[in-house]
Design a binder for this molecule. Sequence first.
Ligand SMILES: CC(C)(COP(=O)(O)OP(=O)(O)OC[C@H]1O[C@@H](n2cnc3c(N)ncnc32)[C@H](O)[C@@H]1OP(=O)(O)O)[C@@H](O)C(=O)NCCC(=O)NCCS
Length: 329
Amino acid sequence: MPYGVAVTGLGAYVPERRLTNHDLSQMVETSDEWIVTRTGIRERRVAAPGEGTSHLATRAAREALQHAGLSPEEIGFIILATTTPDLTFPPTACLVQANLGAKRAATLDINAVCSGFLNALVLGAQFVQSGAYRHVLVIGADTLTRIVDYTDRATCILFGDGAGAAVLSRVEDESVGLVDFTLAADGEKAGLVYCPHRSSPAKVLEQLGADPKPYIHQDGRAVFKVAVQGMADAVNTLLDRQGLSAGDLRVIVPHQANLRIMDALAERLGIPSGRVANCIAEYGNTSAATIPLALHKWYHQEGLEKGDYVMFTAFAGGLLWGAALWRWG
Ligand SMILES: CC(C)(COP(=O)(O)OP(=O)(O)OC[C@H]1O[C@@H](n2cnc3c(N)ncnc32)[C@H](O)[C@@H]1OP(=O)(O)O)[C@@H](O)C(=O)NCCC(=O)NCCS
C-alpha cells in the first residue's frame, strides 16, 4: 500500500437519558446485583423520543472532525456502521452527510451488527492506504433500545444507545495504520442472535427457527461461548502472523457485550485487565458504537503514543467475528 493511515480525530456521543439497573428492576424481575455480577453493566443511555441514529452519529462525527481540525468538506467518504438505520433508505450515512455539510463525501451504510465499526475501520483504512481518499470518516452508531423487548429480562439489561467516530487520514509513513486484519462469518449460526423486522418472510424465520417478534432474541449462553472463542482466535491469528505476542499490545479494544466475556478473552490471551479498553459499566452494549466509545475513553484517559499497537476485536449476530491490528501514529 502506498500510504499509511492515522486516526487524526475521535468523537463520541451518548444520549442524555440514563437507564439504571435500578430502573430496570422496576420493569422486569431483576436486580442491580444480578446485572452487575453477570454483565458488569450499571447503566445504559436511551435516545430521546424523536432522536435518531443519524443525530447520535452526527454529534460524534462533529467532535471527531473538530479533533482532527478538518472541515466537513475535506471528508472524501463517510462509512457508517449501524443496525438501526433511521429509515430503510436512504442510508443513514446520507442523513449524516447532510447534517455535517460534508458535501464532497461519498457515503455508505454497513450492517455488521456489533462488529460494524471493526468492518468500517478495515474498509475505511484501505481506501486511505490505497490513495483513493485523503480523509475517511468512520462512524459506529446504534439505537438498539428501539429493538429491545423491555419485558424480556435476559436481553433488556444488556443494550443501550450511542455513537463513536474516527477520522482516518493519509500519512506518508507507511508503518502507521492498519497492519493486518481477519474477518469471518458463519451464517449457519444466524439463529443464535437475531432481530426480525415486521415484514420478515415466514420462510426465513422458519429456516432460522426464529421468534417473529421484532425484537432482539438470543441464546445468551451459546453466544457467550462463541464470542470468547471467536475473538481469541482472531486476535491470536493476527499476533502469530505478525510475530507479536499479547505483551506487545498497548491496549485491546474489544466489543463491549458483557464484562465476563471481556475478562475471559483477556485471560485467554494473557492480557491484564488494565490493558483492556472498557466502557461497559456506563453504556452497556451499544452495538456498532462500543469500540469507538471504548477507544475514545481510553485515548482521553490513558493516551496513545506513536508506534503503539492497538488490537480491535469484535463478534456479532451473523455470526460475525474478527480483529484488526492497528499501529498508532
Ligand atoms: C445474557 C447473559 C447475560 C446471561 O447470563 P448467564 O450467566 O449466561 O445466565 P443464564 O442465561 O445462564 O441464566 C441464569 C439464570 O438467570 C436468569 N436470568 C436471566 N436474566 C436475568 C436477569 N436480568 N435478572 C435475573 N435473573 C436473570 C435466567 O432466567 C436463569 O434462571 P434459571 O437458572 O432459573 O433458568 C449472558 O449469557 C451473555 O451476556 N451472553 C452473551 C449475549 C450477547 O453478548 N449478546 C449480544 C451479541 S453481540
